[in-house]
Every structure is written in structure tokens, then in C-alpha cells.
Ligand binder design. Structure first.
Ligand code: PGA
Ligand code: ZN
Length: 424
């Protein structure tokens, strides 16, 4: 049993300079922990609602003082002195207090802050590293380290829309996180040099640290990524593969995909993605179709099956009900898990369990608005994720997670997951 002693919250700033929430939890036994909550920009419509102040005179309405007040008053008053055996009991209490389907009363930012701070305080009370505590929450042991999936080039909502697709990411085949990061550095440097040569672009970076030269189209983005891998002296598809976050909900209008100057039907969009997967070493495709285009996802999944993962982000929103539907309709074979899309750790664990029961792969993902907190690395290890997607290998809010993975790798000596293949 862990009894809540005190709960406090502060409004802090994320990597875009926008407000977010930091929550600290002290248990009656003295254990104390704090957690910062991330925030997205390329958000799915089915995500739980962050509470923002809406005062245009302060941070353009994005202030989090109301969410902070909810932690310190409503939530703290209701929970102080109460004992919870486990995470689900605490999260159920939060859900009851909120009472809405989308967490709009207390705010998903306030609720997730409390949910995670309690988890970290319990890990501290139990004297366990956070990844072990996260593994215990789902009744497992950490089996392996996740495969890094790292932003190289960005477009879409993270880079001013110079090209519609959101991210081309690198997936190292190295046997360790340590070797993977060294290989990623080499490719990132080669890509920065190629961007300067071909686009006369200084290495401007997008929200998650990806390079953002003015590519003429998605194909140029992919071809330049492969050239950068080769220029770094690595074998494309062996030592370094690619992943895509198409984020196509954000260029889907009136049943058409507005890509590279064309208005594609769903069938044409699927054919385009299939063509990319045939010509480039792509091992995973996220949000290839829009969040509302349920009808065509099974066709996309069929087209990619056996070649690349069909990964759902905006489609699924880490939401158990949406995952159940996607499993039933055979829409995908991998879940992108963002805890703040659903708003409590236990509901994210339910989403995770559903995906695993269906035999799916799982990618644990950061948000484009991040903080220096590193709990995400522990979550990815604790839940034995297949991929971790944090952003580029620049910017400290991203590196906090990679540096934590290095620490966990040294501590545990766990192998990196075999997917998609390991090069030794
Ligand atoms: P977001 O995007 O954090 O801005 O929502 C990340 C992603 O689409 O994966
Ligand atoms: Zn995405």
C-alpha cells in the first residue's frame, strides 16, 4: 500500500517554449518523485484533452495554470491520505474524479502528471529502477532494449509543411544502443552536408530536431536519406534502415490525400506508399492513411504486410476502444504508444496489452513538445517495446531519453530487440 502524502504541480515550459505541467508526489512513507508531461502538435482527434487556460493574453491561451490548480486542489484534496495498493486503483480514482470521457474536466495533462508521479514515487519506495517498476505493472520482466527510430528529415506540422509527410526516420541495425547512436551520428552529419550541397540549406531543424531542407517532394526526402546512409559508409537496409511517419491525417481533405501537388484517392495513396516501400529500405510506416479513413486501412495493411510494419498513431490514439476496432478489422500490426494520448498509465497498459494479445509490435513514442524528463526510456524498456521514437539525436529533451537508454544498457546488459534484424 502506498499512501499519498502530498501532491504539487508547477507550470513549466516544454521544448517549444509552451507551458506544460510538472507534478510531484510524496508518499506518506517519505518517497518523493516528480514527472513532466509532454505535449503534441500533430495530434489525433481522439486524444484525451489537455486542459489549457484559454487566456489569449498569456502564452496565446496555452497556459496550464488551471491544470496545475486542479492537481493542487481537486486532486490533492481527494487523494491525500488515501492508500493505493497499485497503479490501477490510483488511476481509477482519477477517472472517477474527472468523470468525463475525454478527461476535459481535470485535464489529461493534470491526470497523467499525477498518474506518472505516483508510479515514480512507488518505484522509489520499492527501491527499484523505474523500468523494473513499469515492467511489474504489466506483470513482466524487461526482455530487451527497443530499436531506436530517429528523426532524420522532417516536414508536415513539425517543419512548416515544406513537404507534406512528417518524418523520415533512421533505424540502426546495430546490436547495441551505443553502436546505434554512433552510426546515427555519422548519418546525421552526412545528411546535414548533403542538405547544404543540394539545397543550400543551413541545418535548420524541426520541432523534434530533424533536418528540414526544402525538398521538392517526399521521394527526394527518401532518396536523400538513402544517400546519407551510403555517404556515412553504411549499407542501406542492413546497417541502417528507414521508417516513415506519414502523418497523413494532416493532409487529408474531402477524402483526398494532398501530397506533392496531387490530390490522391486512398487507393492511389496506398500505391504510392507501396512504391516507396519497394524502392527504399523502409521497415515501418506510421499513419500511412488518415485517422478517419478506417475503410482503407485493411488494404494498406495488406499491401505492406511482410515488408514493413503498419503502425497506427492518430488512428489509434493509444485508445483501447480504437485498438479493439483496428484489431477486429485488421487495420494494422503495430501500435504507437503515447501515454498522454490516453491520459493515465493504466489505460496505456490496457492499450499495450490489447496490442500484444493481437501479436502486434509496439513503438513507445515521445511527443514533439518534450521536456528534459527521461521516464519514457524506462517505459520503453520496462514494457519491452520494439521501437522507441524520441526525435533526432540533437536537442537535450531528446538526448535525455537516449542518454537514459545508454545508462540502462550499461546497467542491464539487455540485448537490443532483434526486429527488424541485428547486424553484428
Ligand atoms: P506530435 O507528433 O507529438 O506532434 O503529436 C508526433 C507524431 O506524430 O508521431
Ligand atoms: Zn505520428
Amino acid at each position: 500500500m502506498s499512501t499519498i502524502g502530498a501532491l504539487h504541480a508547477t507550470e513549466i515550459l516544454d521544448s517549444r517554449g509552451r507551458p506544460t505541467v510538472k507534478v510531484s508526489c510524496t508518499l506518506a512513507g517519505g518517497a518523493h518523485a516528480a514527472v513532466s508531461v509532454p505535449s503534441g502538435a500533430s495530434t489525433g482527434r481522439a486524444e484525451a484533452r489537455e486542459l489549457r487556460d484559454g487566456d489569449p493574453a498569456r502564452y496565446g491561451g496555452l497556459g496550464c495554470r488551471k491544470a496545475v490548480a486542479n492537481v493542487e486542489t481537486t486532486i490533492a484534496t481527494a487523494l491525500r491520505g488515501r492508500a493505493f495498493a497499485e497503479q490501477p486503483a490510483l488511476d481509477r480514482a482519477l477517472l472517477e474524479l474527472d468523470g468525463t470521457a475525454d478527461k476535459s474536466r481535470l485535464g489529461a495533462n493534470a491526470m497523467l502528471g499525477v498518474s506518472l508521479a505516483f508510479a515514480r514515487a512507488q518505484a522509489c519506495e520499492r527501491g527499484l529502477p523505474l523500468y523494473r517498476h513499469f515492467a511489474d505493472l504489466i506483470g513482466t520482466q524487461p526482455l530487451h532494449l527497443p530499436r531506436l527510430t530517429v528523426n532524420l528529415f522532417s516536414g508536415g506540422k513539425h517543419a512548416g509543411g515544406q513537404v507534406a509527410i512528417q518524418d523520415v526516420l533512421l533505424v540502426p541495425g546495430a546490436a547495441t544502443i551505443d553502436d546505434g547512436l554512433a552510426a546515427l551520428y555519422a548519418v546525421y552529419q552526412a545528411a546535414a552536408a548533403l542538405s547544404a550541397e543540394r539545397y543550400h540549406a543551413r541545418a535548420l531543424t524541426a520541432d523534434e530536431g530533424g533536418l528540414a531542407p526544402p525538398f521538392e517532394d517526399a521521394q527526394a526526402m527518401l532518396a536523400t536519406a538513402v544517400d546519407a546512409i551510403a555517404r556515412a559508409g553504411l549499407r542501406p537496409g542492413v546497417e541502417m534502415s528507414l521508417a516513415l511517419d506519414v502523418a497523413s491525417s494532416h493532409f487529408y481533405r474531402e477524402s483526398r490525400y494532398e501530397l506533392d501537388g496531387n490530390a490522391l484517392s486512398a487507393g492511389e495513396m496506398i500505391a504510392r506508399i507501396e512504391d516507396w516501400v519497394r524502392r527504399f529500405p523502409i521497415v515501418s510506416v506510421e499513419d500511412g492513411l488518415a485517422e478517419d479513413d478506417w475503410e482503407h486501412w485493411p488494404e494498406l495493411h495488406g499491401a505492406l504486410h511482410g515488408r514493413a510494419l503498419t503502425l497506427g498513431d492518430d488512428l489509434l490514439c493509444t485508445n483501447p476502444a480504437r485498438i479493439r476496432r483496428a484489431v477486429a478489422e485488421n487495420c494494422a500490426d503495430a501500435l504507437l504508444l503515447k501515454v498522454n494520448q490516453i491520459g493515465t498509465l493504466s489505460e496505456a497498459a490496457d492499450a499495450y496489452a490489447l496490442a500484444r494479445a493481437a501479436g502486434w509490435r509496439v513503438t513507445v513514442s515521445a511527443r514533439s513538445g518534450e521536456t528534459e524528463d527521461d521516464w519514457l526510456a524506462d517505459l520503453a524498456v520496462g514494457w519491452s517495446a520494439d521501437q522507441i521514437k524520441v526525435g533526432s539525436i540533437t536537442h537535450s529533451e531528446r538526448l535525455a531519453k537516449y542518454n537514459r537508454l545508454l545508462e540502462i544498457e550499461r546497467e542491464t546488459r539487455l540485448p537490443t530487440v532483434a526486429w527488424p534484424s541485428v547486424v553484428t
